[in-house]
Design a binder for this molecule. Structure first.
Ligand code: FAD
Ligand code: AMP
Length: 478
């Protein structure tokens, strides 16, 4: 008998699994198809994010930071303990356990909410039918009232540096090193390159990051990207801007990488090379030729601003569609689509999706940068507060960076919050909440913030917008 569901989701990443749970919660009969298996060959839900993305990378970032702190950051607190060592296999094993816990947690949530979990490859056919190819090769056709495509993305390969997952790895391989490479190359100074480069640099690798662009972190506010470059370079990341990789040759256990920069052709030898030049949408065998769903010129499933594809009742969300490749964007699109299937009003404020880079200090922002606003001809007032003036940051010996609040000069409405510093991701979220409700800098300045907190830096930066900061000299006078 043909199985029939109100909603069939293809892909169980943070887009797909969240959509499936929400659909079941709203009373829709729901199935979620996923094909990814872990090293033991077991179905693993959670997609890139839980298996090889957000969570495992943060696990290694946290472990490596603790190691670096123990080695270099404890003495100032009066804690003297010599001979700190790192057991890389134990660190990677801890990460694997976290992944296991979370991916099996998604399976539990599916059960608890009544989502039917189907293992195999899903392909959309015409007429909202889905072909499920199971691991044993048998094929089943499933009927759906609505289909949500959530097949995600995978790392981009570049011909000059073909990934072998041994000497030349992608982000997935870089989460699995069993020892610390002495000389580590990273191609791409984007979020993933900087995070993974930081992990191994903290553990002792000499890290060189080769970035084709002349500008560092072009999406960030200029003040933040300048500070980030300075700090990360000081920490030991050798970031070469304007360095385009043109070729590589693996010789046994090492790789010689060719690149061009302002001085011409260069080469450099590494023990491991991470290729982190971005991600591309996964649409392989996802759509039958007559499915009716179209792909845009960049390979993304074409959708409108509410994630509807060109076929009524078929939606696409997350990394497989336009926009930022972020787990929280994928999840919110999943919720929006399901609410709309149910006939409820729902939309996402794409202007307020926060971005975070989990280096140390963290880098995070929401809203527009000062340079974008100026280019748009918007007059702004800016307030900045350095963590060096924060009592809480001093107590923690973590005083690098600042909070920058940008407000419309005419209305005082906050248009951007940019943070580099301790807990930047959490602070920016406070800005995002305020901005969603149309906060002005004055509103933020009038709120009571607990003392001593890092959040006070946001408070002071908001006060500084109109020349009212208390704990630093104001650049702007009232
Ligand atoms: P995915 O998570 O890619 O999931 C898609 C799923 O669909 C996969 O499990 C895949 O196996 C399955 N699938 C594909 N095709 C089919 C098919 N035909 N049939 C059945 N199953 C199929 N984002 C953040 O927000 N914060 C971070 O800190 C962060 N860190 C990251 C670190 C790294 C190293 C990487 C690689 C990514 C990181 N990301 C981060 C990005 C984040 O992982 C993605 O944006 C997010 O996972 C996208 O979710 P998704 O559901 O669209 O797709
Ligand atoms: P992101 O897309 O944010 O993950 O960043 C990927 C980065 O890789 C971008 O900043 C690209 O400029 C960079 N990049 C892409 N191809 C190359 C290359 N051949 N050599 C060096 N950097 C590259």
């Amino acid at each position: 008998m043909t199985q029939k569901f109100d909603v069939v989701v293809i892909g169980a990443g943070p887009g797909g699994y969240v959509a499936a749970i929400k659909a079941a919660q709203l009373g829709l009969s729901t199935a979620c198809i996923e094909k990814y298996t872990d090293k033991e060959g077991k179905l693993a839900l959670g997609g890139t994010c839980l298996n090889v993305g957000c969570i495992p990378s943060k696990a290694l970032l946290d472990s490596s930071w603790k190691y670096k702190e123990a080695k270099e950051g404890f003495a100032i607190h009066g804690i003297n303990h010599a001979g700190v060592t790192m057991d890389v296999a134990a660190m990677v094993g801890r990460k694997a356990n976290i992944v296991k816990g979370l991916t099996s947690g998604v399976a539990t949530l599916f059960k608890a909410n009544g989502v039917t979990s189907l293992q195999g490859h899903g392909k959309l056919l015409a007429g909202k039918k889905v072909e499920l190819t199971k691991p044993d090769g048998t094929v089943e056709i499933i009927e759906a009232e609505n289909v949500i495509l959530a097949s995600g993305s995978r790392p981009i390969d570049i011909p000059p540096a073909p990934v072998d997952q041994n000497v030349i790895v992608d982000s997935t391989g870089a989460l699995e090193f069993q020892s610390v490479p002495k000389r580590l190359g990273v191609i791409g100074a984007g979020v993933i390159g900087l995070e993974l480069g930081s992990v191994w640099s903290r553990l002792g690798s000499e890290v060189v990051v080769l970035e084709a662009l002349e500008k560092f972190l072009p999406a960030a506010d200029d003040a933040v990207s300048k500070e980030a470059y300075k700090t990360l370079t000081k920490q030991g990341l050798n970031i070469k801007l304007g360095a385009r990789v043109t070729g590589s040759k693996v010789n046994g256990d090492e790789v010689v990488v060719n690149y061009t920069d302002a001085n011409g052709e260069q080469n450099i030898t590494f023990d491991k090379l991470i290729v982190a030049v971005g991600r591309r949408p996964v649409t392989t065998e996802l759509l039958a030729a007559d499915s009716g769903v179209t792909i845009d010129e960049r390979g993304f499933v074409f959708v409108d601003d509410q994630c509807a594809t060109s076929v009524p009742g078929v939606f696409a969300i997350g990394d497989v569609v336009r926009g930022m490749m972020l787990a929280h964007k994928a999840s919110e699109e999943g919720i929006m689509v399901v609410e709309r299937i149910k006939g409820h009003k729902a939309q996402i404020n794409y202007d307020l999706i926060p971005s975070v880079i989990y280096t140390h200090p963290e880098i995070a922002w929401v809203g527009k940068t000062e340079q974008t606003l100026k280019a748009e001809g918007v007059e702004v007032n800016v307030g900045t507060f350095p963590f060096a003036a924060s009592g809480r940051a001093m107590a923690a010996n973590d005083t690098g960076g600042f909070v920058k609040v940008i407000a419309d000069a005419k209305t005082d409405r906050v248009l951007g919050v940019h943070v580099i510093g301790p807990s930047a991701a959490e602070l920016v979220q406070q800005g995002a909440i305020g901005m969603e409700f149309g906060t002005s800098a004055e509103d933020l300045g009038m709120m009571v913030f607990s003392h001593p907190t890092l959040s006070e830096a946001l408070h002071e930066a908001a006060l500084a917008v109109n020349g009212g900061a208390i704990h630093i000299a104001n650049r702007k006078k009232r």
